[in-house]
Design a protein around this ligand. Structure first.
Ligand SMILES: Cc1cc2nc3c(=O)[nH]c(=O)nc-3n(C[C@H](O)[C@H](O)[C@H](O)COP(=O)(O)OP(=O)(O)OC[C@H]3O[C@@H](n4cnc5c(N)ncnc54)[C@H](O)[C@@H]3O)c2cc1C
Length: 184
């Protein structure tokens, strides 16, 4: 079967794919999303009497009997497929993991983007182990700031800069007994 041609095909309609689809469509492109899981509608979010459906049967999560990763605990172990999900809960179906995320929208701090260089500036090069792969991002907080601010106005991302920054300050002050050195 041959489908009509479109401008963009997105594989996986979770957060990234969903946002891309919305933005590209608004820009006038024809977009098709291919999703391995099922579509979601109002019925999926209504209370029913099946308490096992999500919490135990993980209906919103990747089905590890169909598709999974292998794991070994050390180099001599035989890598075996993960069949039981733990705290790592990859989503499946329309919306992906964004359907069961926890709603925390912490904003990165400027220092997060320069984590390698600011660690060296503050603590010296010896603070970073030789085999560490830690890197600066290559883009700065200021470059990303307009996009971050824009995303904070979307209904799914309710946190505002002032809120997350104020929380960060309070938490840092509580845990270290002083204000963080790298806030703007
Ligand atoms: C329990 C939990 C709580 C979380 N809480 C937070 C939080 O509070 N704050 C926060 O910032 N982040 C949170 N996250 C993380 C956040 O949900 C993810 O970072 C985000 O959803 C990732 O977006 P994504 O588009 O990369 O992947 P996803 O949203 O997972 O989307 C990937 C999509 O691709 C589909 N797919 C995969 N492979 C294929 C294929 N071969 N063909 C077709 N479709 C495919 C999947 O079914 C899925 O729908 C949480 C995650 C989990 C699991």
């Amino acid at each position: 079967m041959r489908f009509p041609a479109v401008d963009v095909v997105i594989i996986g309609v979770g957060w990234a794919g969903g946002i891309l689809a919305a933005e590209l469509t608004k820009a006038g492109l024809k977009v098709v999303g291919l999703e391995r899981g099922h579509a979601r509608g109002v019925l999926d979010f209504q209370h029913d009497i099946d308490e096992l459906r999500y919490a135990v049967d993980y209906e919103m999560m990747q089905d590890t009997s169909q598709e999974t990763w292998t794991l070994r605990h050390n180099l001599t172990d035989r890598a075996l497929p993960i069949r039981t999900l733990g705290s790592f809960l990859p989503g499946t179906g329309e919306g992906g993991a964004g359907v069961h995320w926890q709603g925390q929208t912490w904003r990165f701090e400027p220092r997060d983007f320069t984590i390698r260089s600011s660690t060296i500036t503050r603590y010296g090069a010896s603070a970073i182990p030789a085999d560490s792969t830690i890197q600066d991002w290559g883009i700065t907080y200021d470059q990303l700031e307009p996009t971050t601010t824009r995303s904070s106005t979307w209904p799914a991302f309710p946190a505002r800069r002032a809120t997350s920054r104020a929380r960060f300050r309070r938490a840092a002050t509580r845990s270290r007994g002083h204000a963080p050195a790298t806030t703007r």
